[in-house]
Design a binder for this molecule. Sequence first.
Ligand SMILES: *Cc1c(COP(=O)(O)O)cnc(C)c1O
Length: 233
Amino acid sequence: MSMQESFSRNLAEVRGRIADAAVKSGRSAEDVTLVAVTKYVDAAVTAQLVAAGAKVLGENRPQVLEEKANAMSDLDVQWHMIGNLQRNKVKKTLQFASMVHSLDRESLIDAVSRHAAEDGKVVDCLIEVNVSGEESKHGFAPDQVGAAIEKVSRLSSIRLCGLMCMAGLAGDADDARREFALLRDLRDKHAADAPENVQLKQLSMGMSGDFEAAIEEGATIVRVGSLLFRDVL
Ligand SMILES: *Cc1c(COP(=O)(O)O)cnc(C)c1O
């Protein structure tokens, strides 16, 4: 099997499982966006995944995002920044990313807003929430999310689309599911009294090991990496 055929098979499997989990939660496959996380591979391999049908790609390092987006500028793909973002990398990132999942602190919100305004752009963003409370995890504490939403709502260069989280490393599958449910509950709570220009439609949660649970708890975006590369690398 060629690499591209292996990627097609893996993509089909993951999409099938996404569809099943969506149906289980009373939705359809189209309600869930697959972000193919390509941080494990170089631009040439990433291009094979795109040839196999991946449309939205996620990277967690600005430098790599830039290199790959440049290398693949002729392909019809969107890039999402899903990882921790330093302020001095914001300008570059905004050149290539159609969505930033990881607004995890006030100073970053300010930097994204400022650079987007300078470039005359409005950037789609998610607020990252530390749902597990683990110190190694980035994101606003659940009780700070309201203030973060309020802050972003006053910035016209950021279009807030929803919330993002990663399940804790220490927990098991039940803990992950509880954390996904917590993110959904936070969204529901804040959506009810959000300023008019704020949409909290998107919930970016779930990775290779837990994306079905995340979808059952309301994920609209899943970020899947390792599963797509199984038996390929
Ligand atoms: C690496 C990564 C993923 C994908 O994880 P897999 O377990 O490989 O599917 C998702 N989200 C973020 C933020 C990541 O850094």
